[in-house]
Write a protein that binds this ligand. Structure first.
Ligand code: AMP
Ligand code: GLY
Length: 430
């Protein structure tokens, strides 16, 4: 089978490594992939958002199955376009990807179908939004741009002044472009965050092992929000009891709501949850695998990924086994100095042999090959994942492997998994 994976980050590398385990797979093309991914797939310089390029490539190379991983091509309709030319693909159609593509859509969906989420109002006029926040006078308040914003469209204002500034940035300065034509103003929730990715074909919903992202740049959850500096799985806050509650009050109702709207979701649906004192609530939906959640979830998947993806795309997910190991995984992200703001690219990476180190899985997020030498090419450069029977062992193994790798001005967090360990200890009464 010839596969095509659209995207070029650490998540796509994790998908490719897992898909390769199936002996039916003879070739994987990554569009565009990256330097490190080229050890595992044939990289083709076509951008993930170039739907014409993607469709033409898939046709001319007789691709048997495609996986569209990032949010933007999904929201733009990459899966629809591939279907038009008869190429089966894993991922939601555009009419379902809107669950991530528009926060106004997803908030209204949750309200209509009584799915627990933060209270909110939608505004297209910055003055009206300002009046509402002033009248409510409850801080912090959360202000979200409606559309895709590279994961940066959420601003948390501690004061009225900050709220005004946030509204101005999103709606008047339009730093996220058209994404800021509408905003969601919502209540600030508190509690541990959990990421749950789930396979669904609109009939069956199979949550994967839970995980915990670490979004801030610095140790102790300080610094700016990033795309994610590390992850662990499973997430100890997500107990079997909470999992049952989420299935009943969030996961299945979301699947059914999308069906009822004529927007059946087939693919990986990502639930960003907050376990609030009033129960689990949805912070956000994503229409795709999370990054870097995928880098800890897929290493724990025991079943064959390609088989699951084909069954999901064909609407027969209930027929295939989806099993996870009961081990733990930890992924530490090695980032460029200065990320998430300004950073240098093209710096040589040392410590890797053919893109790998012993004792871990190395997922390439932002690397390029220059004259046979791996160099940095993005903010997040590598994700180093280890699996082990216990969380402390997985954390130690991931950091031991990460230590073998260096590049100038390398930046990482040193406390990935520490919050989860505290939760485990307090659970055991320590
Ligand atoms: P998002 O881009 O939607 O994932 O939001 C980024 C981060 O903002 C989330 O991971 C949360 O930590 C935080 N956040 C978003 N919405 C809320 C909310 N209603 N209350 C508290 N924190 C929030
Ligand atoms: N790790 C969060 C995301 O993929 O959006």
């Amino acid at each position: 089978m010839k596969l095509m994976v659209v995207g070029g980050g650490g998540r796509e590398h994790a998908l490719i490594k897992k898909l390769r385990e199936n002996p039916r797979v003879t070739e994987i093309y990554a569009l565009p992939g990256n330097g490190g991914i080229s050890y595992d797939a044939t990289c083709v310089p076509i951008a993930a958002t170039d739907l014409d390029g993607i469709t033409q490539f898939a046709q001319s190379h007789e691709i048997d199955f495609a996986v569209v991983a990032p949010d933007d091509p999904l929201v733009l309709g990459a899966v629809d376009r591939l279907a038009e030319v008869g190429i089966p693909a894993f991922g939601p159609r555009a009419n379902a990807a809107i669950i991530e593509g528009s926060k106004v859509f997803s908030k209204n969906l949750m309200k209509k179908y009584h799915i627990p989420t933060a209270e909110y109002e939608v505004f297209t006029d910055p003055m009206a939004a300002e009046d509402y926040i002033e009248a409510k006078n409850r801080f912090p308040v959360v202000i979200k741009a409606d559309g895709l914003a590279l994961g940066k469209g959420v601003l948390i204002a501690q004061t009225m002044e900050e709220a005004r500034e946030a509204l101005h940035t999103i709606m008047t300065d339009k730093i996220f472009g058209k994404s800021g034509n509408s905003v969601v103003v919502e209540e600030f929730l508190t509690g541990p965050e959990v990421s749950v990715l789930a396979f669904t074909d609109g009939e069956t919903m199979i949550p994967m092992v839970s995980s915990m992202d670490h979004k801030r740049a610095m140790d102790g959850d300080q610094g700016l929000n990033t795309g994610g500096m590390g992850t662990i799985a499973p997430n100890p806050y997500y107990t079997p009891e909470i999992a049952r509650e989420c299935m009943e009050t969030i996961f299945l109702p979301t699947m059914k709501a999308m069906n009822a709207e004529g927007r059946t979701f087939r693919g990986c649906l990502y639930f960003g949850l907050m376990l609030t004192p009033n129960g689990p609530k949805v912070i956000e939906y994503n229409c795709r695998f999370g990054d870097p959640e995928t880098q800890v979830v897929l290493p724990l998947l025991k079943s064959d990924l390609l088989t699951i993806m084909e069954a999901t795309a064909e609407g027969r997910l209930k027929e295939v086994p989806v099993e996870f190991s009961d081990e733990n995984a930890c992924c530490v992200v090695l980032a460029s100095g200065g990320y998430p703001t300004k950073y240098e690219k093209g710096l040589p990476i040392s410590g890797l042999t053919d893109g790998n180190v012993p004792g871990a899985l190395v997922y390439h997020a932002g690397t390029a090959l220059k004259d046979g030498q791996l160099v940095t090419s993005g903010g997040r450069v590598l994700g180093v994942t280890a699996t082990a029977p216990s969380l402390p062992q997985a954390i130690d193994a991931a950091y031991a492997a990460a230590k073998q790798i260096t590049f100038p001005a390398m930046q990482m967090r040193h406390d990935i998994g520490q919050r989860a360990l505290k939760a485990l200890k307090s659970d055991q009464g320590v």
